[in-house]
Design a protein around this ligand. Sequence first.
Ligand code: SF4
Length: 739
Amino acid sequence: MPNSATPTHCPYCALQCGMNLTPLQDGGVAVVERPDFPVNKGALCGKGRTAPAVLASSVRLTSPLVRSGGELVPATWDEALDRIAEGLARTRTEHGPDACGVFGGGGLTNEKAYSLGKFARIVLGTSQIDYNGRFCMSSAAAAGMKAFGLDRGLPFPLEDIPKTGCVILVGSNLAETMPPSLRFFTELKENGGTLIVIDPRRTKTAEQADLHLAPRPGTDLALALGMLHLVVADGRVDEEYVQERTVGWEDARAAAMAHWPEFVERITGVSVPQLRDAVRMFCEPEHAMVLTARGPEQQSKGTDTVGAWINLCLATGRAGRPLSGYGCLTGQGNGQGGREHGQKADQLPGYRKLDDPAARRHVAEVWGVDPDSLPGPGRSAYELLDALGTDIKSLLLMGSNPVVSAPRAAHIEERIKSLDFLAVCDVVLSETAALADVVLPVTQWAEETGTTTNLEGRVLLRRRAITPPEGVRSDLDVMHELAARLGGEKGLEKGFPTDPEEVFEELRRASAGGAADYSGITYGRLAEENGVFWPCPAQADAAPADSEDSEDASLDAAAGADDPAQDDEATDDGTTSAEAKGGAVHPGTPRLFFDRFATPDGRARFAPVSHRAIAEEPDAEYPVLLTTGRVVAQYQSGAQTRRVDELNAAAPGPFVELHPRLAARLGAADGDPVAVVSRRGRAVAPARITTGIRPDTVFMPFHWPGEGRANTLTNPALDPTSRMPEFKACAVRVEAVRN
Ligand code: SF4
């Protein structure tokens, strides 16, 4: 192992902060600042700083476990792998391939996500694969695809934010979820720009805002429409831009004009003067941005809600222009890359569609299989979990903990328990792993090499800095071994290399010509550069990224999926034709859409959306709204961060945030246990009383299992396009807990 600092990236969120790892005498590593990485310039939140604690945690799994006599007991790797292969093979024989489910995670590297999608489709032959990234940003992805023809979290680097004039941050609490990113907004204000935060709670992020709008949860679609109404009424539409660069304005305009500001005030609780202030602040500067996160996205109308915010950008000419645009600012460590390379139910690598014949042909050729042998699209994440024990009899799960993170979690826990067979790969015995028939202990970020793609679309190299504990293997090893056991007679294991760079070379070829084209990216480049933005085709004649020609070339690649000429750009040995010819290397594409959008005609699409209610409005029995989210010291289901003493000291358990008026009605004091009850269950946690939340709303963080599990309460009503569950709003009642 190296004895000097190893530059790498944080294992947690989609910011993918850079860090150096230095070796310690005891064989561990310490996190040291890495100021050269432009996203965080050395700054880290507590989760990143303490990440090595999980590597050496006393609860780290170091031996496979198999269930015997009702208990999980240590086993050899061969015993455990044999049990998994037998379980999956039995299901496939008795019930057909689609009775085998596969569930991945947004934390898996690109190489693992790619291999998992390939494993499901050519080893198991199942269509039933999806991943927990569906729960994070799928609505923004769907809205971006509809509007721009391409989904990349941010179509510009974060470093553009301080140079714009105004940012509307919708449903994002960056101060808790991605603290190092706050610097971009501080610099924005120092440069004279303004920040508008839209959130039902007065969060730490909202406290930084020049204007904070606090709509009722689930009404930000109406808020965006009300702002667009005022844009039209005040004559602030950029008519020339709309004419030249968009399609569908008249329908979107008509929908917005039906949302009078006074009507919007009644729906949202945001006053008309506040609405006018927001429009003025957004429209007066030359440049402006709208950035959404889980607030608008985790709704049963998340795609339409994000579409309404994109409409505001399009009508004012603030998309596909320098220092202006729409972006999505959230996600897991590899939420972006994880959805580009094939672990999503409807996708093949390179952001290709599974139901596109040309895409199937291209990927099948790379995989060496008949295109007709590839299954079609499967179920979305919640639908897949809901089918466990009925249509789906066995499940292979990697990098996810749905017992804590899925909506209607008690029901999902029962569905998991009803499986014939469950295998889980994880680093600790998560709440889901504890239910498994076989648990495999796998390597973590600092113990392995692989790539991730952050929310800017910047592909990054995580490097191995430490030797994994004895008894632990990589997920890539697991897939290789299972392919050998389940398809050894066909030699399928040869298609599942254990070397991540070898997997990436295949991924490059599979993505070539797709929307998310990585064919011009190599490990060698990533080791030398601070990430490469996709699309990065392997084109010998590509011009510099920020020139107009380069944007055209890149967007042609993004829009022109399955162009055979581009498919030819990557050769069998993984080198690109540009490299083979000694030609120029494509520099990547930090900024998208300047000259054209990635739609067939190059124009962006307005979304003709109207306000509609959330799936479960409050009523007499359940009169309060519950919204859920995160706290700074814990991450997602807490499977890793709940194992870190420093983080637990800062955030030891769940709580219910509620307004003093609601607390007074209950007779509850700060710290008293209160019960939150929805149609799906009951959760109990201490009250945290604050005027920073609306009196009609309570908030719970979702990181904990057990009695205070917020997802016991949440509503799995799905967005019709993205299939995102409605984590952000459901009807509950709140009760004091006596004795
Ligand atoms: Fe890691 Fe995200 Fe914290 Fe950065 S902000 S250190 S990527 S968890």
